[in-house]
Design a protein around this ligand. Structure first.
Ligand code: HEM
Length: 166
């Protein structure tokens, strides 16, 4: 139980913290830098952020649903009828949705835009223009989804923080 709770809170804090840094600081800074950001993005990818972040998120999710199951004593519907259960449950669902959006929309957009950015050097001038437009489109999609993911994660964090006092 101790390990489960520790993993949940520890990795949950890392997940929200990493995403907040990415959404509020990293993405706007990269957009400002423009084409020069390619090298930096490639260096970031080499540090396996697209692998590490989903693992951190998965540990939080699995431990969270496990904790919820334990807290409910095998009756999750009953727990959901209490204000505390509703807060843990809705926060948990928001976190799950954030994870799915991150995996289905954000991650592929980030990875594809980085790959395109790296291919720019060897591209012909016409190709470069189309690829640059595609990179901008993918980055905009990634940034937009990043905001939605962030709002869902902040809701989850807020709900978890106050659930026991409701
Ligand atoms: C963004 C992701 C998440 C973060 C940052 C987070 C954070 C936290 C924190 C800080 C606590 C301690 C609250 C307290 O003891 O008063 C907690 C507890 C809890 N969380 Fe989460 N959580 C996340 C996702 C989830 C998910 C997906 C679920 C699944 C339903 C969940 C279910 C729970 C439950 C049931 C507890 C109470 C554990 C206990 O009985 O002590 N959490 N969470």
């Amino acid at each position: 139980m101790l390990v489960l709770r520790f993993s949940h809170v520890f990795f949950g804090a890392l997940w929200v913290g990493m995403m907040a840094f990415q959404t509020f600081f990293l993405m706007p800074a990269l957009a400002e830098v423009g084409p020069d950001s390619g090298k930096f993005m490639a260096a970031l990818m080499r540090r396996r952020i697209p692998v590490i972040l989903p693992i951190v998120a998965l540990i939080t999710l699995v431990s969270g649903f496990w904790l919820f199951q334990r807290l409910s004593g095998g009756a999750p519907a009953g727990l959901m009828r209490t204000p505390m259960g509703l807060a843990f449950g809705s926060g948990g669902l928001a976190a799950l949705l954030a994870f799915l959006l991150g995996i289905v929309v954000m991650r592929p957009a980030m990875m594809r835009s980085t790959a395109l950015q790296q291919s720019l050097a060897s591209a012909s001038p016409e190709e470069r223009a189309t690829r640059s437009a595609e990179i901008q489109r993918l980055r905009a999609r990634g940034a937009m989804t990043g905001w939605v993911v962030m709002i869902l994660l902040l809701y989850a964090l807020g709900a978890m923080a106050v659930a026991r006092y409701l």
